[in-house]
Write a protein that binds this ligand. Structure first.
Ligand SMILES: Nc1ncnc2c1ncn2[C@@H]1O[C@H](COP(=O)(O)OP(=O)(O)O)[C@@H](O)[C@H]1O
Ligand SMILES: [Mg+2]
Length: 230
């Protein structure tokens, strides 16, 4: 069975594409076939992939395609989904009509947030959309929130401290224990140098790799727990 993971936050630009690139690299390294669908008209993922091609740095085991409509997404999934172990769907940073069809095909929706009110609200909206679609379509898609671009000063802010009680107690979604720190290595990846996992292991890369491995462990545990619940 193909596992479908999408990154959705209609009110944020704090790391949907970067997160999916890192997850893709980790699964590919483990020998999984990874498909990535770029549904964002800004085409950041597609551009990254073509830059990787130009630099001879496309990762083995990853394929990136660009589909911008629900119809194209559905057609792609019907024809090609089975070719992949993991399918990752990247979405625009604004509310669009494609969000519902993406959720309808997802096993897990990840909403990355920086500690900003706007992005926290966007993550809550994504959770509500997942809950609504689970209800109407009788599905069991999971939702989880990922804190990204975290720095030590940010950890001292009031909003940062409120994220866990808001997400876990008020909203009732899952907050990843793993946080993605603000790191230049993540920025550099956007220059078409391949995945994080393809980089020469410096101390900075090793830290980012550990962070990504911890995130993927949490993702696998979440997906396993939803499988048991079915
Ligand atoms: N953890 C991080 N550390 C440093 N820069 C980051 C991190 N995550 C994302 N960025 C940078 O922030 C910008 C937005 O990230 P991106 O993944 O494209 O967000 P989105 O897809 O949600 O719009 C990019 O320029 C990216 O390089
Ligand atoms: Mg993006």
């Amino acid at each position: 069975m193909t596992v479908v993971i999408s990154a959705i936050n209609g009110k944020g630009g704090a790391g949907k594409t970067t997160t999916l690139m890192n997850i893709a690299g980790e699964y590919a390294l483990r020998g999984r076939m990874v498909g990535m669908i770029d549904m964002d008209p800004r085409n950041n993922l597609t551009k990254w992939w073509s830059d990787c091609h130009d630099k001879g740095a496309q990762a083995d085991g990853i394929d990136v395609v660009s589909h911008k409509t629900a119809k194209a997404l559905v057609a792609f999934c019907e024809r090609k989904e089975g070719l992949f172990d993991v399918l990752l769907i990247d979405t625009p940073g604004e509310d669009t009509a494609i969000v519902d069809p993406v959720i309808e095909r997802s096993d897990l929706v990840i909403s990355p947030i920086q500690p900003s009110k706007r992005e926290v609200l966007g993550a809550i909206e994504s959770f509500n959309a997942v809950a609504r679609i689970n209800d109407t379509a009788r599905r069991n898609c999971q939702h989880a929130v990922l804190r990204t671009r975290i720095s030590l000063p940010v950890r001292h802010t009031e909003l940062y401290r409120k994220i866990r009680p808001i997400m876990e107690e008020k909203v009732g979604t899952y907050l990843f224990r793993t946080e993605v720190f603000e790191r230049n290595v993540y920025k550099d990846l956007h220059n078409g140098v391949g995945t994080l996992q393809m980089q020469e292991v410096t101390e900075a890369i090793a830290k980012a790799r550990r962070e990504t491995q911890a995130l993927v462990r949490e993702i696998d545990a979440l997906l396993a727990s939803s499988g048991e619940a079915e």
